[in-house]
Ligand binder design. Sequence first.
Ligand code: SF4
Length: 443
Amino acid sequence: MEKGFGEKKYMVELSEREVEDLRNSVKATSLKLMDEYIERMKKTWPNRPKIMEYFDEVAKFFGTREKEILKAKEEGRKVIGYTCMFAPIELILAADAIPVRVSSGIYDTTKLGNRIVPVEVCPVVRSTIGVGMIGFSPHLEVSDALITPLTCDGMAKLSEILSDRKPVWTVCPPRLKDSEQSMRFWREELQSVKAKIEKLTGTKITAKKLKTAIETMHRATRAFRRLQELRRGAPVIMGRDAMLVNQTSAWDDIERWTKKTEELCSELEKRRQEKILACAPDTPRIMIAGSPALWPDNWKLPNLIEEANPQGVIVADEFCSGDRFLFDPVGVDEWTMDDMFNAVAERYLLPSTCPCFTSEDGNVDRVNWLKARIEERRVDGVVYHVFRGCMLYAMEYTRIKKALDKINVPVYYLDTDYTREDVGQIKTRVEAFLEMLKSRVEF
Ligand code: SF4
């Protein structure tokens, strides 16, 4: 039994031998897969900029970034994990702690998760339970505490299950966001988390520290937006590579990530001027909407799109782990503690287009966000990606499809699971969709 934790509410006891064997086999498969996927990205984009090697290294679990985090822990810094983008990164940074996202994109651990929850549950949840059972995820393992936003039923129960392994701090986003009552409730949720962060780290979040953290994240957001801007015109970056850069921001040192992303953007802007493209200019431009494709195994769909015949290029995604993650800056009017804290609370609630929200207009913010990205990135078609068991994204599909039909953007619904067995079948379906888009582009 783990030190400091009592009787397990959910976790099944595994023998040390079983844990070690499982961890070794999942680790071996994952390391091989990460290398393979990076090689495939290089192959698809032969003149891939050298600076991308930096992001490849950060993407490799159990590599230099994990060692760096472990060293920081030895020196006394705390690591705070989080399961989704409602966690207030600025408050974590202001306490000099390290934020890391812990939701798992690893296929093999879902089978372990199945020992605790039914297979009908979304695979992100089952996989994250599985990595927790064998102590596999570098990010979950290094976390001293977890912030778990209760966005859907799966996340709510995941939070309880993970509390068998780590201290868990829940935050509950309101289902309706456009009211003063909701905002008041949300501010109180974040005040409570702020107090817990301060207690864990022993660091008081002062106005000065919060200002520094907000400014750090402003710089990250500027670099992030600059990169997404480069996905607007003729393709100078492949989608998978942009997605990898976006996702690594969730566990890298954010200041260094910002600097490296700016270097990448400068290189891509130069290429744009010199008309050096990553793929043919008439390649169908795809947006992936829906359930998040998390690195590494979940590169299944992005791989299929960008390696298909005919090829597609992913110019946008809707993922909370991707295009939406650092998109919105904290909007501060006055640099007082109250104003900054309220601005942080607003940033994590009001611009969010998570399908966990509802309104009399039917989550119109999400529809508008998708339409804006489709227009600015000149998207030819949308693959609407849903994990089996993800009710929120599945149920909003009809709403989104109707809205996109009105603007004449084809949408393809693709449901999948954390398995490699459906690759052949999905490939055929994706290629048929791309074929149809290609004929529209040529016409
Ligand atoms: S993919 Fe869907 S069901 Fe799974 S955690 Fe995310 S919102 Fe919840």
